[in-house]
Design a protein around this ligand. Sequence first.
Ligand code: ZN
Length: 309
Amino acid sequence: MMRLSSRLFLLAVVLAPSLVAAAETRHVLVIGIDGCRPDALAAADTPNLDALIQNGTYFEGTDIVSPDRKNPANTISGPGWSNLLCGVWPDKHGVLDNKFTEPKYDQFPHFFVRLKEAQPEARTVSFSDWKPIRDHITRGGDVVLDFSPAADVKGPGGYETGDAASTAACVELLGKEAPAAVVLYLGQVDENGHAHGFHPSVVQYRDAIERVDAHIGQAVGAVQRRPKNEDWLVIVCTDHGGSGTDHGNGHKNFDIRRTFMIVSGKNAKQGRSTEPTYQVDVVPTALKHLGVDPRPEWGLDGKAVGLKE
Ligand SMILES: [Zn+2]
């Protein structure tokens, strides 16, 4: 008897850790690259983004303009990141430019707020170096950090420094905890587009994409070092492309309005897709992975894409 019970005890000790490990948790890392043209992404050397694409779905031609809705907004970052992070079009979130004059974020908030309505215990964290993300768009985040350049710093350099700082803070946090939702915004690609040109042939623009790719490698590396019972979905998106050194008023210019989306991870389908996708699809995709059914009263405009379940 003694021998049997001590064997059972030993068995329990051996099994217990694996039983604990079997309880899987779900997490989302949304990586936003400001102003990244998909053709320039294809021309740049981006091993880390390529690896995410290999392990997920690459959506070609994600549109920043709704095909069937009034679009009162300019094709710039304020409306773009509101589409991407709130999951509704500008006629709902009310952000028409970068002035944030009359945002309706109380009614149509950042997806952190929706996640917490469904899962109040969910931790949400945002890192960015474009100040309006912190000041206006990101609501309800437990940790919202801004690394934007000081007002007197001109040119892309401040955003290159900011991207490195945002990424380092993200990596540090992921070394300690696993929030349900993390947003990492990187600004230098857009700044280099404004300074040198948004085009695959512009070396400074491609170089910025390659530096951002290295940062993405660091963030994804931190995710990969997390315990194996955590199922992370990585979504990569951008707010607009560009033409010449600008991207305003680009509703009819596909170099500006055509973007891309990567949905990557164990729960992502694999391959390239020409399925019509829109910026407002990011939030439903993130929420679905996290096990949240959007409520009708939230009025989300998109659909979940690229997921197995
Ligand atoms: Zn810009």
